[in-house]
Design a protein around this ligand. Structure first.
Ligand code: HEC
Ligand code: HEC
Length: 405
């Protein structure tokens, strides 16, 4: 709507409908009217319902938010027609109850070949100026969606042609969903609009009602326990240094900051040695895979720690996990009375122990921030308790983000 003065735009749409503008050809008339009405309806109906403390996300001007696009995107995100053999969707590796991560170290796509890194959670992905673990070319959700849809190395959804568009057109629900979002369904069902709608849906996935948020932004001073508050203070202090890389409302230093400023960084947090990375194939060495610069080996974007209590296993390769791996509350885990929270607690205890020890000797490691520090085991447990208070149950169960199928 930036380029149109609102009353004139309404008039313009009206004239379009009357078929009296000079450029109008009769046969295009209906389509254009529908499209214009679509734009008019859409441009004004999106209201960000943001938690206190959250800035307004930056949205690319070519893909403004609308309720109809988000609703179409919610369907497409969970639509198995979006995979080569109709067995998987985005939602197969991004599961709402796990904050849209999937609990695996290396998830596999439709050909059952493992991805070199693990599935990232998607809480507040609208605020990420660079996407994925370590690919600086992934500058928008619109661009990123191409990788799982069409990527060949690794194969995720394994689409190799536009046949999926014909299948979408043939499924009746998509007629009205595409028409509402983009105008006439015949022309609106195209590859770009599929990605745009999915991007809009993902931008709507805002998570900001954890007990930490209630304590910090909603002035509910009883929302955190004394132990969690101690943990928060250690997290934000100069002994543990966590906040340097996991700071701000989204717990990462890669973020849009106040308006249009974007910042993105890649770090090594010292989980592996140089020798370890040297032995890995060239799609598993972090930022180095993209830049070829030796000092970028083992560097990754600091993940947002929101909902960290459900996004295990931790790190790009799932290095830190509880003993009873994939099903903590089933089988052995259940027999031992273990729950998912126990699993997260085990794995997060390993993570904090990793940082406390200073990590592995690794050339790319930022040794001013990743170096041994002294806290007691009880203080370490306080930090783990604090991290577990970042879980936003409302986000994990909100029907707005659930699969419609
Ligand atoms: C086979 C499992 C799988 C499927 C299917 C899948 N993803 Fe992912 N997703 C991943 C993995 C693994 C990563 C990390 C990618 C990397 O670092 O290279 C990821 C990363 C992402 C990210 C980056 C998040 C961030 O914080 O930067 C987004 C966004 C995303 N996926 C969206 C999608 C969408 C949209 C689809 C469907 C079109 C999809 N994914 C399908 C596994 C999957
Ligand atoms: C120098 C920057 C830096 C500092 C300081 C830092 N981290 Fe990290 N953190 C990272 C990076 C980078 C990763 C991802 C590394 C990877 O996947 O290989 C990460 C990953 C994590 C993860 C796993 C997240 C996930 O989704 O898998 C947790 C939990 C975590 N850090 C907690 C902490 C805590 C607690 C502290 C303070 C004791 C801390 N970090 C200090 C950069 C940092």
């Amino acid at each position: 709507m930036k380029y149109f003065h609102f009353p004139f735009f309404v008039l313009f749409v009206f004239f379009l409908g009357c078929n009296i503008l000079p450029f109008q050809k009769k046969e295009n008339n209906q389509d254009m009217l529908l499209a214009a009405l679509g734009i008019l309806a859409n441009a004004s109906d999106w209201v960000w319902d943001l938690p206190p403390g959250f800035p307004v996300p930056i949205v690319p001007s070519e893909n403004p938010m609308s309720k109809a696009k988000v609703e179409l995107g919610r369907h497409l995100f969970n639509e198995k027609i979006l995979s080569g053999n109709e067995t998987m969707s985005c939602g197969s590796c991004h599961i709402q109850s796990l904050a849209f991560a999937d609990g695996k170290d290396f998830p596999a796509g439709i050909t059952n070949v493992s991805h070199p890194r693990n599935s990232q959670h998607l809480s507040n992905v609208a605020y990420m100026p660079r996407l994925t673990w370590s690919n600086p070319k992934m500058t928008s959700l619109e661009i990123q969606a191409r990788a799982p849809m069409f990527g060949e190395s690794p194969i995720e959804l394994g689409l190799s042609s536009n046949v999926f568009l014909d299948k979408l057109k043939a499924k009746s629900i998509y007629q009205s969903l595409f028409t509402n979002a983009f105008g006439n369904a015949d022309t609106a069902v195209n590859e770009q609009n599929v990605r745009f709608a999915i991007a809009s849906f993902q931008r709507s996935m805002i998570s900001g009602n954890s007990r930490y948020d209630q304590y910090t932004f909603r002035n509910n001073k009883s929302a955190l326990t004394a132990s969690e508050i101690r943990g928060l203070n250690i997290f934000n202090g100069e002994v543990a240094e966590c906040f340097h890389c996991h700071g701000g409302f989204n717990f990462t230093d890669t973020s849009f900051h106040g308006g249009a400023t974007e910042e993105f960084f890649y770090h090594s947090n010292g989980i592996h040695t140089d020798a370890y990375y040297a032995g890995l194939p060239s799609n598993k060495r972090g930022l180095f895979d993209l830049t070829g610069v030796a000092s970028d080996t083992g560097k990754f974007r600091a993940p947002s720690l929101r909902n960290i209590g459900v996004t295990y296993p931790y790190m790009h390769d799932g290095s830190f996990m509880c003993a009873d791996a994939n099903n903590p509350d089933k089988a052995a885990g259940a027999a031992a009375g273990k729950t998912k929270v126990d699993c997260a607690r085990d794995a997060l205890t390993q993570v904090v122990d990793h940082y406390r020890s200073g990590g592995q000797a690794h050339t790319a490691k930022d040794v001013t921030l990743i170096r041994a520090f002294t806290i007691t085991d009880s203080q370490r447990n306080d930090m783990v308790n604090f991290l577990l208070a970042l879980t936003d149950d409302e986000f994990l169960t909100n029907p707005k983000f659930a699969s419609p199928f």
